[in-house]
Design a protein around this ligand. Structure first.
Ligand SMILES: [Mg+2]
Length: 348
């Protein structure tokens, strides 16, 4: 009982540390009617808006290496959640944090300080307020729930893709997987390539401005967390359509283009952790979308089209195969490969 009390007091003080760190930030966000300190936070509904809610968990050894700097871990833990708000066209508002920490003694305070710095630096940029949380002892595990606002009926959903739509992606694909492979000695990178690629893996930037700009333009959208092949199939399944994708059109960094084509495909099509947006939009929106690029400062690339399911597609008895995209090279020749999505359990 004494040991339990000691642990509870320790963790109470640790959450107080995060709370204190939060309250010292430069701007109070005033998102919650009642924030940390009661049994629940109270959030008022914004008139004319719906509340978007999403949860993501990061587990040591599964989603990140044990030696990853805590400042980048704090950033990424919130970034992957904000990315889900971006994918829905929602504006960040508040978040909760549940944290399991191993008992590593006095170094834990330094770890928490760096983690909090990464977390709240990103939260500040999006005026996203910490409104509650919990801590416990255990293997390092970070679970964040985010709350965002989206005008009624304007959320970007996965089930709205229509035959004839263009398929677009933001940014470049595959750099996070390229960095992960280099860190796991799957393939080499030059010493000057690694910092930028490691940044892509550890410090993803949620595409909030893009998601908001896509309201009323995109028919369907999601963020690429598990790789293009797997994530695009979610849109196809929810929208009951298929897709034709030009692999040569996939946006790739100069570093990735230096790799053999098989690695380029593996990283850009199967690799996870990109946190770019993939969305569909009618071809009549092409000029509008291209005009967005300088405004939001993120490249947008058209990579394929949405189509109705063919009789051949419908012949698939497996739902997984039914909603797989069809992949082609730029000459229109089909690429007969089965891409799989990035699986954190498989890819350990
Ligand atoms: Mg997502």
């Amino acid at each position: 009982m004494q040991a339990l009390s000691r642990i509870m007091l320790t963790f109470l003080s640790e959450f107080s540390l995060i709370d204190r760190y939060s309250s010292q930030r430069r701007q109070p966000h005033h998102s919650a009617i009642l924030g940390i300190g009661d049994d629940c936070a109270l959030l008022a509904a914004r008139p004319g808006h719906e509340l978007a809610v999403s949860t993501d968990m990061l587990l040591e050894g599964c989603h990140f290496f044990a030696d990853v700097p805590p400042v980048t871990l704090g950033h990424k833990a919130l970034a992957v959640n904000l990315s889900d708000l971006a994918a829905m066209g929602a504006e960040p508002r508040a978040f909760t944090l549940a944290l399991a920490l191993p008992d590593t003694g006095t170094s834990r305070q330094d770890w928490l300080d760096a983690f909090s710095h990464g977390l709240f630096s990103l939260a500040d940029r999006y005026s996203c307020e910490l409104v509650g949380g919990d801590t416990t002892a255990g293997p390092l595990n970070i679970c964040i729930t985010v709350f965002g606002d989206v005008p009624c009926g304007q959320a970007l959903r996965r089930d709205g893709a229509q035959p004839g739509d263009d398929i677009w992606v933001s940014g470049a694909l595959g750099d996070a997987r390229l960095a992960l492979g280099a860190l796991r000695n799957e393939w080499p990178l030059t010493i000057d390539q690694l910092p930028a690629l490691r940044h892509a893996l550890q410090m993803p930037e949620p595409r909030i401005a893009l998601g908001i700009a896509l309201r009323g333009i995109a028919h369907a959208a999601l963020d690429l967390s598990d790789g293009l092949a797997g994530d695009l199939s979610h849109i196809l399944r929810r929208s009951n359509v298929t897709a034709h994708v030009d692999v040569d059109a996939l946006p790739r960094s100069a570093a990735l283009r230096e790799q053999p084509l098989s690695i380029q495909y593996r990283c850009a099509i199967e690799g996870g952790d990109d946190y770019e947006l993939c969305f569909t939009a009618p071809s009549s929106q092409r000029d509008t979308l291209l005009a967005l690029i300088p405004r939001i400062g993120i490249s947008l690339t058209r990579i394929g089209t949405i189509d109705t399911l063919s009789d051949l597609d419908k012949g698939n008895t497996s739902v997984t195969n039914l909603y797989k995209a069809h992949w082609y090279d730029s000459s229109g020749s089909p690429i007969d490969t089965t891409w799989r999505s990035f699986d954190h359990f498989y890819e350990k």
